[in-house]
Design a binder for this molecule. Structure first.
Ligand code: NAD
Ligand code: LMR
Length: 332
């Protein structure tokens, strides 16, 4: 049977922090069809804070000037109830990036409260089937806060982004092997989008060969792991600003695979644990996943060796600490 190329009914897609750096790269990818497909029209519902509204007006002017055939409408607002109304997909980007001297977790006090009100607004206004990706840092714990404040939406519909970390791992392996990124498959991230994350190479392939046969263990557990885990800081130091184009690209990859399927590939997604791999229930933790028919399947029976277990435990401890720090935002 051939592919069905007929135009589908329009979906509503919200992006918060739409006038920020990630928003500026992300909106054009969504509008062009890269995320939801070439026959999927979208209405863009863009949220900013009042001080960002003038910049947002400029961004909307440019979107209109791009004359995207798939864009059915654009709404710009500083009211989350309007931005999230009937949304099918939401990108929670709006929040402050860290500066050079901060860890991502240092942002929890500044950014955590944003996700209380936005979680409540999603609960009240979004489609019951909405798919949410959290990008704003610390993204795992911000997703936890939004999820806890949206009790009517199933927790599996709240995710946080570790796809950028996966893409970084792919980039490092491709560069070391001297082959294109397309030839690297199934490397994925465990845990928190923070320095404790574990890019797991044990199931990855490099041009069809096992990554653990191609690369030495010293590199995989040393420079490779360290480079991926601290890449965000390295970019802030080099660019003087937090990663933006690569973050937007990873957000598109994450939502595209969730929406359209990951074609059997393993992808990294952080979502509220249902006890997988001994991760306490509710912690938003990155697991190996596959996506099909709009659903995320956590691969819950991969072998875990002593090194992987020690990294999983380290990430559980870090995320438990972040959860304790925001307990008053979780509505319990
Ligand atoms: P930015 O400062 O350029 O833009 C953020 C935008 O969010 C601003 O326009 C601001 O006005 C807006 N904003 C702030 N509070 C808001 C709120 N309550 N509602 C709606 N909008 C709000 O920052 P950026 O470079 O776009 O980064 C955004 C976030 O993404 C940061 O927290 C950054 O650390 C994070 N990030 C995460 C990843 C990841 O892999 N998970 C990667 C890169 C960046
Ligand atoms: C990244 O990984 O690039 C982002 O999370 C930004 C940061 O603060 O590291």
């Amino acid at each position: 049977m051939g592919e069905d190329n007929r135009m589908k009914d329009t979906i509503r897609v919200a992006v918060t922090g739409a006038a920020g750096n990630i928003g500026y790269a992300l909106l054009w990818r969504i509008a062009s069809g890269d995320c939801f497909g070439a026959n999927q029209p979208v209405t863009l519902q863009l949220l900013e804070i009042p001080s960002g509204m003038q910049r947002l007006e400029g961004v909307i002017m440019e979107l209109k000037d791009s004359a995207f055939p798939l864009v059915d409408g654009i709404v710009g607002t500083d009211d989350p109830a309007i931005a999230f109304k009937d949304t099918d997909a939401i990108f929670l980007v709006g929040s402050r990036p860290r500066s050079k001297d901060m860890d991502r977790a240092d942002l929890v006090a500044a950014n955590g409260p944003i996700f209380v009100g936005q979680g409540q607004a999603i609960d009240a206004a979004a489609s019951p089937n909405v798919k949410v990706i959290t990008v704003g840092n610390p993204c795992n714990t911000n997703a936890l806060i939004a999820c806890a404040n949206a009790p009517s939406i199933p927790s599996r519909q709240f995710t946080a982004m570790t796809r950028l970390d996966q893409n970084r791992a792919v980039g490092q392996m491709a560069e070391r092997a001297g082959i294109p990124a397309s030839k690297i498959q199934d490397v994925f991230i465990w845990g928190n989008h923070s320095n404790t994350m574990y890019p797991d190479p044990r199931f990855a392939t490099v041009d069809g060969q096992k990554a653990t046969d191609v690369f030495d263990l010293g590199w995989l557990q040393g420079d490779f792991l360290g480079t991926v885990a601290t890449r965000g800081k390295a970019i802030i130091e080099a660019r003087g600003a937090s990663s933006a184009a690569s973050a937007a690209s990873a957000a598109v990859d994450h939502m595209r695979d969730w929406w359209q399927g990951s074609n059997g590939r393993i992808v990294s997604m952080a979502l509220p644990s249902e006890g997988w791999y001994g991760v306490p229930e509710g912690l938003v933790f990155s697991f190996p996943c596959r996506c099909e028919n709009g659903e995320i399947e956590v691969l819950d029976n991969l072998a875990v060796d002593a090194f992987a277990q020690s990294k999983i435990d380290e990430n559980i401890a870090a995320l438990m600490e972040e959860r304790a720090a925001v307990s008053e935002l979780l509505g319990d």
